[in-house]
Design a protein around this ligand. Structure first.
Ligand code: GRG
Length: 297
């Protein structure tokens, strides 16, 4: 399959989640209008939508119903956007630029940014909590549990706490990996599993997909570290070079550019190996793995 065909699929899926998010978010002209406007400002019209794309790709593999995939795609993106809005706050990463525009607390104010994140987290669970979304209620419950675990202290929030504690510290490669598997990897893992759980993937297929998802979650972060070190702010749409400026341990600072690139290559090969048993059904997941490595922002 050509890269032009994949680009067309990706654009269509990005448009699909944009429309689903537009419908799922409260309108900007209903009360509380400022909060609703800020939530739409944070969520709509930006980002690569990597997590929703993973939901759709895993859903294609598992023959999942369209409505369940849209709900799961919105849910993971809502959690992701909430994390970005809170991460940019002065009490965390203190950033002014996100997705090429002023961060929410700059465009609005800090209290609004807090509430935007809180609201998005609740809305995410509302998306996948709709009764009858998936034929088997037990599977639907597993989707909620998976997302809750990925977002919470055993997942993204725990990883963020480790990230904050690591600033200016000498941490080992194992500690760095543990932090990233939680901070970035957990939600990527949830995206793949929610897509597969909303369809007919068997438990052994879910296990293989879980290993794949853990691998690309780490791969995503290694590439993020490389981009932070090598790309410019205009291309990234967020402040470049921040990791070094903030004295944050990264794959680049711990093992250097060349070894970080080598590690990314190993993870890519491992991810590809995981998909082999699925044959053509995993084509989109394979293409997304390539996209994660080859992206420029
Ligand atoms: C504040 C609870 C809380 C968690 C924050 C994920 C996270 C934890 C913070 C995001 C900050 C960051 C730079 C994380 C590193 C990798 C990452 C998740 C980058 C942003 O994701 P992309 O590249 O962004 O998918 P887009 O804008 O394309 O969606």
């Amino acid at each position: 399959m050509s890269s032009t065909e994949f680009s067309a699929w990706m654009r269509q899926a990005q448009q699909r989640v944009e429309t689903a998010l537009d419908h799922a978010l409260p309108a900007a002209n209903v009360a509380p209008a400022r909060l609703n406007e800020a939530t739409r400002y944070a969520t709509l019209g930006g980002g690569k939508r990597v997590r929703p794309l993973l939901v759709y790709a895993a859903g294609e593999l598992a023959r999942s119903p369209a409505a369940a995939l849209d709900a799961a795609a919105c849910a993971v993106e809502m959690i992701h956007v909430y994390s970005l809005v809170h991460d940019d706050l002065p009490c965390m990463d203190d950033d002014v630029l996100r997705r090429g525009k002023p961060t929410v607390h700059i465009e609005y104010d800090e209290a609004t940014a807090m509430l935007v994140g809180d609201g998005l987290q609740a809305l995410a669970f509302q998306q996948i909590g709709t009764p009858g979304l998936v034929a088997d209620p037990a599977r639907q419950l597993r989707m909620s549990l998976q997302l809750a675990r990925a977002a919470g202290p055993r997942g993204m929030v725990g990883g963020q706490a480790l990230d904050l504690a690591a600033v200016g510290q000498n941490i080992s490669l194992e500690e760095l990996e543990f932090m990233h598997v939680h901070k970035t990897g957990a939600l990527i893992r949830a995206a793949v599993l929610l897509g597969a759980l909303s369809g007919d993937a068997s438990d052994s297929e879910l296990e293989t997909l879980d290993h794949f998802a853990k691998t690309i979650g780490l791969l995503f972060q290694v590439v993020d570290d490389l981009l932070d070190a090598e790309a410019d702010t205009a291309t990234l749409g967020k402040t470049a070079g921040k990791d070094a400026a903030h004295n944050k341990p990264t794959y680049v600072s711990l093992i250097g550019l060349a070894d970080a690139k080598r590690f990314a290559g190993e993870l890519r090969a491992e991810a590809t190996r995981c998909l082999a048993p699925f044959g053509d059904r995993a084509q989109r997941l394979a293409q997304l793995t390539d996209f994660i490595v080859e992206r420029s922002f």
